[in-house]
Design a protein around this ligand. Structure first.
Ligand SMILES: Cc1ncc(COP(=O)(O)O)c(C=O)c1O
Length: 340
């Protein structure tokens, strides 16, 4: 009785490798103590289900942070779960979904798990960036029930729509359903299409507190959408879905989020330093608007780095993604790559 797309799907595999973690685009620094203290305090109450007032407060603060009504926002346990909610509730098996390749690997995974047809727009190198054929993206949009764009894209670090409102409105009108813009790296890129959700009720923005807020281990993300769509999408979920320590940390982080701009500034400074050092060493490295860099190389960079205690991500043939880590980790990564 099990549906073939679920039965035949090869489970998501992740093997933990020991070393300095430059493979998951994590924040290299723990969140500030005011956030940690609140998460610890919340542990004293984990015999109880989460307090619904905390869920409401989190929504309010996310509203303030984004200068948008809280009714336009719905939190999830990580952007991963927000994406899962969209793939499970907005499309059904047999529908088509359009996305860019390469992109965040959960997107093709969810497409395959849900028995969707994938319309793939392949991005290509264009100088220091990766580009997409926008005409092609638009041409196929009406065949898709959902267009999913990661902007800036992972693993390329390149922009896709780059806040282009006209392009968004063309796509939103053309798609035969919904357009999802995953802005997980928004704090690093600085551009967003979030204020277009009122005008386009089929637009969903996905965000995460894993990256610039340094809360990956607590699992917190959210969507921004038209309030009617938020009401509909929230139907399968309850105020108990996000654990109390996560709610407490999220509230504390949003109440005093000055640290986020410090994290972003430091990551960008280190990213630009690493980019120019790797260029000087002769590596084919691309520009990035996120907290990682993509390198093209014929050698096995992953194994080389692993031998020296640094874990990076092998994305595709000859393509390696390296997260911007702490200053020490970045220097060490450049030194080890320099040996090659
Ligand atoms: C584009 C994109 N979306 C979503 C996620 C998942 O984020 P979260 O940790 O909030 O689940 C990631 C994580 O790397 C990502 O790169």
């Amino acid at each position: 009785m099990v549906k073939p797309w679920l039965l035949n799907y090869e489970s998501y595999r992740y093997v933990e490798e020991n070393g300095v973690r430059l493979h998951l685009n994590e924040c290299p620094w723990p969140p500030p103590s005011h956030v940690i203290v609140e998460a610890i305090q919340a542990l004293h109450k984990v015999n109880l289900y989460p307090d619904a007032n905390m869920f409401r407060k989190l929504r309010e603060l996310l509203g303030e942070y984004n200068d948008i009504d809280p009714e336009n926002i719905y939190p999830f346990a990580g952007a991963d779960n927000a994406l899962r909610a969209l793939f499970y509730n907005l499309v059904e098996p047999g529908d088509a979904v359009e996305f860019v390749k390469p992109t965040f690997n959960m997107i093709p995974i969810l497409a395959s798990l849900r028995g969707l047809h994938s319309i793939v727009v392949t991005s290509y190198e264009c100088g220091e960036w990766w580009c997409i054929d926008v005409e092609r993206l638009i041409d196929y949009a009406d065949k898709a029930v959902m267009v999913v764009l990661v902007d800036p894209n992972n693993p390329t670090g390149s922009p896709i729509l780059k806040g282009d409102r006209e392009l968004l409105s063309i796509l939103a009108k053309k798609v035969n359903g919904f357009i999802v813009v995953d802005e997980t790296y928004y704090e690093f890129s600085g551009y967003t299409l979030a204020d277009m959700v009122e005008e386009y009720p089929n637009l969903v923005i996905v965000r995460s507190l894993s990256k610039a807020f340094c809360l990956a281990g607590l699992r917190l993300g959210y969507i921004i959408a038209h309030r009617e769509l938020v009401n509909i999408l929230s139907k399968p979920y309850t105020v108990f879905d996000i654990p109390t320590p996560t709610l407490a940390a999220g509230i504390a982080a949003l109440e005093n989020h000055t640290y986020v701009s410090g994290v972003v500034a430091k990551v960008i400074e280190l990213r630009e330093w690493m980019y120019s050092e790797l260029r000087k060493l002769g590596f084919s490295v691309y520009r990035s608007l996120a907290n990682f860099l993509l390198i093209k190389d014929r050698r096995n960079l992953k194994n080389h780095m692993l031998k020296h205690g640094i874990v990076i991500k092998s994305v595709d043939e000859n393509l390696y993604r390296i997260t911007i880590g702490s200053e020490d980790a970045c220097r060490e990564a450049v030194r080890i790559l320099g040996e090659l």
